[in-house]
Structures are given as C-alpha cells and as structure tokens.
Design a protein around this ligand. Structure first.
Ligand code: NAD
Length: 403
C-alpha cells in the first residue's frame, strides 16, 4: 500500500485543526508545493526523454562511406542524423567536386576525403573505425579487403561479393586483421520484418509450412545506378543478386532454417537489349529440413513488388510491402480474420549503422557477419546451377551444392 506523500501527510495533519482553517491551510500547502516557474527567459531542467540518448558526438564510432552513389546519398548519409552511436567522418569517391559538396553538407572535414587510389591512407586516420562499402558488387571484395588491411572494421552492402571465393577472402582478411565484417542486410533491422520474425519464433503463426517472397522492379538503363547492374562483370548477375537476394533472405529468416535443396527457372526476354549479359526473371524454390518450402521470385520487368508471406499452421504473416525503405506493413491473417500489426517506427538504416557501431564498441560479433553473406552467395550460385540443370539440386549445410 502506498504511503501518503510528504505534502499529503502535512496537509492531513493540519486539516484536523478545523473546517474554517482548511482553505488557508490548503492554500499554504499548494503554495509550498508550487514549482517556481521563471517569468522571463530561463534555462529549465532537462525534459523527460522519449527515447535513448545518443552518444556524445566525439564518442560515436566513426564511419567512412566508400562510393557516393544513389543508395549512399539518398539513404545512408541522411540516416547518420538518426544514428545514436555512429557518425560520418570520411568519404571515399572518385569524383572530388561531388565529394567536397557532400562533405560540406554533412560536416565532414575535406581532409577526410579519399579517392580510390589513396584509399589505403585511411590507415592513418584514427577517426575512421568502420568502412562502409557501397560500391557496385564486383568492387566489394577489393575495398573490404583493403579496409581490413588498413586496420578498419567493414560494413559491406549486399550482395557481399560476386563469388564465394571473394567472400572467403573478405572473411579471412577481416579475421587476420582482427576486425569485424558485417553485411548490411537492412531487413533484419526493419521493424516490421523483425516483428514478423518475432511472431514466427513465438509460435504465433504455428509451424511455418511455406514462405513466398517476390521482389520485382523495372530497370532503366537511363539511370546511372542501373547501368552497372546490367554489366555482369560489375553486378555478378541480374535481378537475383540485386533484389532476389531479399526473397532468399526472407525465406531463411522467416523459417529460421537453412535450405537442403533448390530448384530454379530463369526467363529473360531474348530481344531486350537490357538483358544481353544478365538475367531478368528468376523463380526459385527451396526445401527446408522441416518440410517447409519457399517459392521465391525476382525480376527487372514485372511491376514493382517487395512482398514476403509466411504461411503457418495457425496464421500467415503478410509483409506487403516488406522491404521498402519506408512504408512497410505487416498483417497477420488467421481464423478470426486479418489484423494489421502496429509496429513502432525505426529507421532501418540508422539501426544498421548503430548495430555495427555497438559491435565495434563492445567486441560483439555482428548479427550478420561475413559468413551470412557467404552463405547467400553460395546459395545464389546454387540457384543459377539449378536453373541450368533444370532439376532439384541438393545443398550442403553451408549453402553450396552437394556432390
Ligand atoms: P550507384 O551506381 O548509384 O553507386 C555506385 C557508386 O560506386 C557510385 O558512387 C559510383 O561513382 C561508384 N563507382 C565506382 N566505380 C564504379 C564503376 N566502375 N561503375 C559504377 N560505379 C562505380 O549504385 P547504388 O544503387 O548506390 O548501389 C551501390 C551498392 O549498394 C550495390 O552493392 C547495391 O547492391 C547496394 N544497394 C543496396 C541497397 C539496400 O537496400 N541495401 C539499395 C541499393 C543499393
């Protein structure tokens, strides 16, 4: 039972003096308790915070962003403003005027701009803790390895690299340098996806029997960011490596299992000059040890979709859209109908930066280390092989082809 507060005790004690005295006593009690509100301009006490404090700027983990393209400029650099443990301290670009413009806008010292040739000089900049590689896919391995060799931790965009061998080099180099390496799979930090996974793990969907996920968008060679995606030597493949990887990831994190067999079909318009080197539509299927299946797809020609569905024995979760930068939605459909799930907003890019920063600070292994990226690159290789073979192919536990 709560004890009366000091002011209430004081009031109750004196109130026994008599009714006539009560208004005066009450007025006195109020006067004693009334906060002093300055009438003029004044420094007031710290307000109640609705979220967590950010680290003091000087204590935040310093990031160098490598590649100032569409994704870096539109999503990552603005996200530093919402990060609590990470700060932008350096830029790496082949275009000096662009880099200077960006540096001035984000408060980065112009002395901390590097071009690709002198990239290794980052070794001498103690402000840089982490290098975030946001280059075309084929360049991820080279810059990740150079960053680890310069003594820096690495956050690398997806897909981790174009071949399992490159991923293995990246992992080995980070390990030798005793530095961390993480693949920036932002969906793990996207709150609707995180909630859907939490519901699945808590058994709210029952046993997951099927995951479907479809990632489609139009590719436009007039857009610079799309140009290298159509050149296989830079992209490593077509829609599968670029956006099908979200479908693949979704199947793995929604089931919580690793696939044991894969089948795939590829369809690419023959007369479309965009697809001289890379594939368009990929449909692929996975079988999991529990008997669950995944039916997944990606393309550069079908109308935009970024959808994930997990069908359980009790209910199914629908993320539609599921992997947009903003505006994702989660619904659960069960016996009693469809329920939209309320999810607290969270900037998935800032959350990714903060997770990396916290791993660097605490020494923890990142949630999505290099091995996670390597597994997907092995699976992508197996998906292409299954399409070529035209039949189901068995997988080893590490995601590579069995036999
Ligand atoms: P982009 O073309 O806009 O940016 C690429 C950057 O690399 C540019 O600054 C460009 O100048 C530089 N670059 C250096 N050498 C180059 C070369 N030979 N050809 C082309 N560019 C070169 O591409 P983007 O869309 O920003 O993609 C960059 C990386 O980010 C890719 O790995 C991509 O998969 C990844 N990405 C991730 C997400 C996500 O949601 N996680 C979204 C978009 C892109």
């Amino acid at each position: 039972m709560p004890t009366p507060s000091a002011s209430r005790r004081r009031f109750l004690g004196t109130a026994t003096l008599g009714l006539a005295a009560a208004p005066t006593i009450l007025a006195t009690a109020i006067a004693q308790e009334a906060p002093v509100v300055p009438r003029g301009v004044s420094g007031r006490p710290m307000p109640k915070l609705e979220g967590e404090w950010p680290d003091p700027t000087a204590r935040r983990i310093g990031f160098a962003v490598v590649g100032l393209g569409q994704f870096a400029l539109n999503q990552i650099l603005p996200a530093f403003a919402e990060a609590r443990h990470a700060r932008l301290v350096a830029l790496v670009s082949g275009n000096r005027p662009k880099a200077e413009d960006v540096a001035d806008r984000y408060g980065v010292d112009r002395k901390a701009i590097y071009d690709y040739g002198v990239f290794d000089h980052i070794r001498d900049n103690p402000e840089i803790d982490v290098v975030y590689v946001i280059l075309p896919n084929a360049l991820h391995a080279e810059f990740s390895v150079r960053a680890s060799k310069a003594g820096k931790h690495v956050l690398c965009e997806k897909p981790m690299a174009n071949t399992p061998e490159d991923c293995e080099r990246m992992i080995a180099s980070a390990r030798e340098a005793d530095r961390k390496l993480m693949v920036a799979y932002r969906a793990h930090f996207e709150p609707h996806n995180a909630k859907a996974v939490a519901l699945a793990r808590a058994g709210e969907l029952g046993t997951i029997r099927l995951v479907t996920s479809d990632h489609h968008r139009h590719i436009d060679p007039a857009v610079p960011a799309d140009q290298w995606r159509l050149v296989k030597a830079l992209s490593g493949g077509g829609s599968l490596v670029d956006i099908g990887i979200y479908s693949l990831q979704a199947a793995r994190y929604m089931t919580g299992e690793e696939p044991v067999a894969v089948a795939a079909q590829i369809s690419t318009p023959k007369d479309d000059p965009r697809f001289r080197e890379v594939e368009d539509l990929v449909s692929f299927q996975l079988r999991f040890p529990s008997g669950a299946q995944a039916h997944l797809s990606s393309s550069y020609t079908a109308q935009r979709a970024k959808r994930i569905q997990a069908f359980g024995t009790k209910a199914h979760a629908v993320l539609d859209p599921g992997t947009e930068y903003q505006g994702n939605r989660l619904a659960v459909v069960g016996e009693d109908g469809r329920r939209e799930v309320d999810v607290d907003p969270l900037n998935q890019f800032a959350a990714t930066l903060d997770h990396m920063a916290e791993c660097v600070r605490t020494g923890r292994t990142p949630l999505l280390p290099g091995e996670e990226g390597l597994r997907d690159v092995r699976l992508i290789k197996a998906i292409y092989a299954a399409a070529e073979a035209g039949r189901w192919l068995d997988l080893k536990p590490d995601g590579s082809l069995a036999g």
